[in-house]
Design a protein around this ligand. Sequence first.
Ligand code: PRT
Ligand code: ZN
Length: 298
Amino acid sequence: MKTARLRIAIQKSGRLNNDSMDLLYKCGLKLRPTQSSLFCHVENLPIDILFIRDDDIPTLVMDGVCDIGIVGENVLLEQSLGYLEAGNKKDYIVAKQLGFSRCRLSIAIAQDKPYVNSASLNGLRIATSYPNIVRNYLSNNNVNAEIMMISGSVEITPGLDMADAICDLVSTGRTLEEHNLKEVEQVLKSQAVLIKSTLALNPQKEETFDLLLRRIESVLKAQESKYIMFHAPKTSLPSIKELLPGCESPTIMQLEGSDDKVAVHVVSSEGVFWVTLEKLKHAGASSILVLPIEKMLN
Ligand code: PRT
Ligand code: ZN
């Protein structure tokens, strides 16, 4: 009998595509070369990948055309609010936050306009590609403003006097600055997430999903973790251990030809900053090495 293949929806091209594909490669997926730019068969696991626009990903997962997908929380919330308003129920779960494509959805106005708090938005025209999220935000904050739906280049509308404010994605803030706009309210924080249809999957697909999710969790954990090695006087170990948060049971080895010094190897589950290394050195550690971890399975 043919194995049922799990279908994943990924953005075809754009800001989410690279990191989504990178994550799947790190999970060991090998793609079969294909002529199609829309569909790809995974050689070594029963998985197929569908490449589509990010806006189509939530609907295809909610409708069960795809079993899982990777999409930004901003698009997911906008689409699912629309879905709920149309009388449908939410048919997906967020299986994992993936930590990439981080950005915020913010309201911005001209730099020279006065702003006190969200009440200052009353009576303004707000241009956005996220009308459902903005409507929700305005109603939760008792603001009465006009929403203008614009599908792209939202940031140019105040300069053309088409709008008084915008609500758009911000990451570095450069685009706002270049258009003489200032960020006044943060409406949503967003990152890429793995979503899954709530429709029951066939048991083979469920098994493939569990395996993929475990690998994704391992990849994310390994990305955050570092392997730290250093030499230290035995007497400094108690103070050194206090400097290594997120490190469990270090391996301690006797150094040949030295009775009072040991080698310490430890996995840190948190980012290791220069300031931590400097504190370690100050506490007596030497020959400190910090190495990335490629794979991790607990
Ligand atoms: O073609 P398709 O519909 O699939 O893609 P798209 O053009 O709709 O989206 P794309 O590829 O631009 O972005 C995909 C997702 O990346 C978004 O839905 C967000 O989840 C995430 N993301 C992260 C961003 C940004 N950062 C971002 N900075 N999406 C867009 N921007 C834009 C923003 O709209 C503004 O124009 O970048 C500009 C602001 O950037 P800064 O750095 O100048 O602040
Ligand atoms: Zn899009």
